[in-house]
Design a protein around this ligand. Structure first.
Ligand SMILES: Nc1ccn([C@@H]2O[C@H](COP(=O)(O)OP(=O)(O)OP(=O)(O)O)[C@@H](O)[C@H]2O)c(=O)n1
Ligand SMILES: Nc1nc2c(ncn2[C@@H]2O[C@H](COP(=O)(O)OP(=O)(O)O)[C@@H](O)[C@H]2O)c(=O)[nH]1
Length: 245
């Protein structure tokens, strides 16, 4: 039986979830599942799921919990035997509880980034809609301005990334995410260094680790170190219903 590792990343829009998830996937070699990307793929391919969620995603509304869980949980069940990282799911407490019913999570990473930093980042965020590849004109610019590195297709900016829209999204994120974080948290909030160095078990039952800062490159070493500790001490496991379910 392999050691499996189930983790999720949370944070407001622009906090670096996608950027950090890709680093985790590359370093740890787990399956990365972005629920937003999954939904957009379904919409582009006009799948049954895509048709169901199109109206919500195009209006930047949250897809209802029952539908979101119905789409995501079977995907995760197909990944039995794999370690994975979720970005964008669970988004609400109902989704987190549904996830608990099928699986015991090992770690939840929460990114705590100042509003001004979020605002700067998303106003400079450019996206390749077909692949979900994300650029930032200062941090990770495309090789050719306005063009995707892989396909050469044009990049776009989301209307949602305008400062006015960001403020509303942030408020909404806080309301919805708080109960999810409470579910996963048992610990005090730690500094990045403390969070990364605490041995497993010393945080009571808590699996939520919060990282704060303005630069992904400065947060990343702490996350990387936490993952090394967690993964090396992970017991043999399969995806089993959580005891809290
Ligand atoms: N659990 C989720 C995840 C995503 N979505 C839908 O998918 C869209 C895109 O999700 P995502 O890529 O995660 O991006 P945002 O949440 O919009 O923003 P960010 O990546 O900046 O956090 C959301 O606007 C929402 O309509 C949803 O309803 N429920
Ligand atoms: N300037 C700067 N931009 C960053 C940093 N980390 C991520 N970004 C960019 O900020 C934007 C938001 O990051 P993203 O990973 O998409 O965040 P998400 O919305 O939480 O998934 C993207 O354009 C990233 O390229 C950073 O440390 N500094």
């Amino acid at each position: 039986m392999a050691k499996l590792f189930r983790t999720a990343i949370m944070g407001p829009p622009g906090s670096g979830k996608g950027t950090i998830s890709k680093r985790i996937a590359q370093n740890v070699g787990l399956q990365y599942l972005s629920s937003g990307h999954f939904l957009r793929e379904g919409i582009a391919a006009n799948t049954d799921a895509g048709v169901l969620v199109k109206g919500y995603v195009e209006r930047s509304m949250l897809v209802p919990d029952h539908l979101m869980s119905r789409l995501m949980l079977p995907r995760l069940e197909q990944l039995t035997g794999h370690s994975w990282l979720l970005d964008g799911f669970p988004r609400t407490i109902a989704q987190a509880k549904a996830l608990n019913d099928i699986c015991q999570m090992d770690l939840v990473i929460s990114l705590n980034i100042p509003f001004e930093t979020l605002r700067e980042r998303v106003s400079d965020r450019w996206i390749h809609p077909a692949s979900g590849r994300v650029y930032n004109m200062g941090f990770n610019p495309p090789q050719v301005q306005g063009r995707d590195d892989v396909t050469g297709e044009p990049l776009i900016q989301h209307a949602d990334d305008r400062p006015e829209a960001l403020q509303a999204r942030l408020r909404h994120y806080k309301d919805v995410a708080k109960p999810v974080m409470n579910l996963y948290k048992k610990s005090v909030l730690l500094s990045n260094a403390e969070a990364a160095s605490k041995p497993l078990g010393s945080l009571s039952q808590g699996i939520l680790y919060q990282f704060s800062g303005t630069d992904t490159d400065r947060i990343w070493p702490y996350i990387s170190s936490l993952l090394s500790t967690k993964i090396s001490t992970q017991p043999l496991d399969t995806c089993q219903p959580s005891a809290q379910a």
